[in-house]
Design a protein around this ligand. Structure first.
Ligand code: FAD
Ligand code: NAP
Length: 387
């Protein structure tokens, strides 16, 4: 077996330099969102994945931000620096591009800059933020800034390149739910990624990895360091089991993999997909595929929630409540229940809806419904992949 074909050869600490062979916008004109479908070739890597796994991606930073930092530091870019945990020095430009997180400054940065600024008004402003009673204000101040903001806003705080680099943490890989089944695509993984773009403190900002994939990687050319992150999130082992999947937005990604996988395996259990996003006309990701599965009965139920197509928000958990009796019947028949997507609000609200449905349909009090759901989790029939 060649080194490249050895399944254990590539992992988180030795990522595979993959090529991206497809980058396609999934939203239609008029959408507020930019969700992209990527195909990442694993050919020659020996890497294997299963439906439910994620792909780890090591991004690089935006060149424009790197150049702005070099300029604001008054540096050239070729100064040798030793980043956190590196063993050998490297040029400043390479360190800022590849290995360091230019975002998420902490209180430490405010303290360091407060100690350096020559402008008394700036020193006073930063010192005020460091007072115990200003904790909320400090949090807000940091949330709206990345490291470059400090250099731009407080130019009298001067940093030597190494000193600045010493304040930055390592850039961490990002995980993406794999949206394909190895039974259909053994040598490639598909991803469904929202390009993160927003504006704070009068600056356009981007998510590092989502825009690395969307904007900066040249198709079939640039190597993208990746690894497979094996997960416990899996379709039912027993293909006869029914499968309920709740995945609004990019939460749909692993369920595209699950359904591909179950169809390819000839699983006889039914599939029920709850999906939604902002607008049906522009945001129905993989619409053709879902409608084809539904037409063939490979997806037995497809319940859609378009949050912004009417005055009041309609979410996936509203659709669950509308079909509470049937959902309960599926659960009582041994169905597995899965949730993927936003952790902050959606997954909590879906969990609440599930508790209410179990209590109402099963004629249980709150404690009994909670115990029923705890048992589902114990049997691995209630699994979540949320972020
Ligand atoms: C298991 C798992 C699976 C995942 N699967 C997917 C998937 O299938 N598809 C997908 O798209 N993502 C997925 N993610 C999320 C993904 O890993 C990244 O977190 C996401 O792409 C953002 O990374 P980034 O590097 O582009 O952004 P970053 O550079 O990390 O920036 C994101 C940060 O920007 C800030 N931010 C974002 N929007 C705003 C705003 N409006 N105002 C102020 N600040 C803001 C927030 O602090 C946020 O944390 C998954 C995560 C996990 C853990
Ligand atoms: N910065 C944030 O506050 C925030 C929030 C969510 C997601 N994200 C991030 O944005 C990226 C992409 O998100 P995404 O495309 O996966 O989808 P998303 O932004 O989570 O939205 C998908 C759908 O879920 C709806 N939704 C919003 N709140 C909900 C709730 N409480 N319960 C059920 N559904 C709800 C949205 O409706 P409406 O948008 O019309 O309300 C939309 O129709 C992810 O990386 C995610 O982590 C960020």
């Amino acid at each position: 077996m060649s080194a490249a074909a050895d399944p254990s050869h590539f992992h988180k600490d030795n990522p595979f330099p993959a090529r991206i062979t497809e980058n396609r916008l999934l939203n239609r004109t008029g959408s507020n969102k930019e969700t992209r479908h990527f195909v990442v070739s694993l050919a020659g890597s020996g890497l294997h994945y299963e439906a439910g796994d994620s792909l780890g991606v090591y991004p690089t930073n935006r060149p424009s931000e790197v150049e702005e930092i070099i300029t604001l530091l008054g540096a050239r870019g070729d100064e040798p620096v030793l980043p956190a945990r590196a063993t050998d020095p490297m040029p400043l430009r390479a360190a800022l591009t590849q290995g360091l997180d230019l975002d998420l400054p902490t209180r430490k940065m405010v303290e360091v800059v407060a100690g350096k600024v020559a402008d008394p008004a700036h020193r006073q402003r930063l010192s005020a933020l460091l007072q115990p009673e200003a904790a909320a204000e400090l949090e807000q101040f940091l949330h709206q800034r990345s490291f470059v903001d400090f250099l731009a806003e407080f130019p009298t705080a001067r940093f030597a390149p190494q000193e600045f680099v010493g304040l930055l943490r390592r850039l961490m890989p990002r995980l993406y739910s794999i949206a394909s089944s190895p039974k259909v695509h053994p040598d490639a993984v598909h991803l469904t990624v929202v390009a993160v773009r927003y504006r704070t403190n009068d600056r356009d900002r981007v998510g590092v990895c989502s825009t690395f994939l969307s904007d900066r990687v040249e198709l079939n050319e640039d190597p993208v360091p990746v690894f497979v992150h094996h997960s416990h999130f899996r379709p039912p082992e027993d293909g006869r089991r029914d499968c309920i999947m709740v995945g609004p937005g990019t939460g749909i990604a692993p369920f595209r993999a699950f359904v591909q996988d179950r169809v390819a395996a000839g699983a006889t259990g039914r599939n029920w997909v709850f999906y939604g996003d902002q607008q049906r006309a522009t945001d129905f990701l993989y619409e053709d595929e879902w409608l084809a599965y539904a037409a063939k009965g490979q997806v037995a139920r497809l319940d859609l929630a378009w949050s912004r197509d009417q005055e009041h928000k309609v979410y996936v958990q509203d659709r669950m409540r509308e079909h509470a009796a049937e959902l309960w019947a599926w659960l009582q028949g041994g169905a597995h229940f899965y949730v993927c997507g936003d952790a902050k609000r959606m997954a909590k609200d879906v969990d609440l809806a599930l508790h209410e449905i179990v209590a109402q349909q099963g004629g249980m009090d709150t404690a009994a419904a909670a115990a029923y759901i705890k048992q589902l989790k114990k049997e691995k029939r209630y699994q979540r992949d949320v972020y």
